[in-house]
Design a protein around this ligand. Sequence first.
Ligand code: NAD
Length: 275
Amino acid sequence: TRVPRITLNNGVEMPSIGFGVFQIPEDQTQQAVEAALEAGYRSIDTAAAYENERAVGRAIAASGIPREELFITTKLWIQDYGQDSAKRAFDRSLARLGLDHLDLYLIHQPFGDYYGAWRALESLARDGRARAIGVSNFHPDRLADLVTHNEIVPAVNQIETHVFFQRTDDQKLMREHGVQHESWGPLAQGGQGFFENPVLADIARTHDRSVAQVALRWLVQRGIVAIPKSVRPARITENLDVFDFELTDDDMARIASLDTGRSELFDHRDPAAAA
Ligand code: NAD
């Protein structure tokens, strides 16, 4: 599968579907990433906090795929916020990944000294060590604040987005500021009866596709980047195979009705989440 790319606000191109490795144990990650690269994924999403960057690096090295074809994202964890510690954490992530630059470096959570962290990321972007920089889990108010009071506008905001939590207001604000919307949990981690949802199942039947493919295609048609996760090669392949069918306006409207407006997985507005 050839994956279409989306152009970020600094001109860097990002594949519209990538492979996420959250909760894949270190000893299974190399195999899973190799399966993804074999299936045609070129974008991999990891994080320092996932504790599997080394295995991602081994899969990249083993693949022999030219570095410029790959789009590698990792994320800065909260305890490393602040300007100096953020730069040191970036160096450690690069070393674990076995890379000399990243395609996208994200602030993982909007808690603590993320302003200091953002200034460190700005300098990494200016030095070209991160081709693009962005944030994750930023609600509209914090995103608008960060955009207004810093020099570089985040290229991406990676937030929980799926059929049950559609983030249309977030997307509108991100569009206004030129921030690309990226979905984490695009399959709602299988929660709330996701794979048995009758509306999704019915639409899937009409297109002779799976529920996962319908949900991912819906994100693609909204202009949202998605990074589904699986360790099973058949599902890894299935999740990328969404570029040769199209949901109708009626399908899109039926899916729009599934929005609950609430997080299914981790509510960053809950004060307990920041503790
Ligand atoms: P997801 O929504 O991608 O769901 C993954 C689960 O769905 C798998 O474990 C598997 O059980 C199931 N699945 C996958 N493909 C399937 C298929 N075709 N058919 C049936 N079942 C299938 O959940 P996720 O892993 O949480 O999110 C994707 C990625 O987003 C993560 O791996 C990670 O890279 C990123 N993420 C980021 C944050 C953040 O705070 N920035 C948080 C969570 C996840």
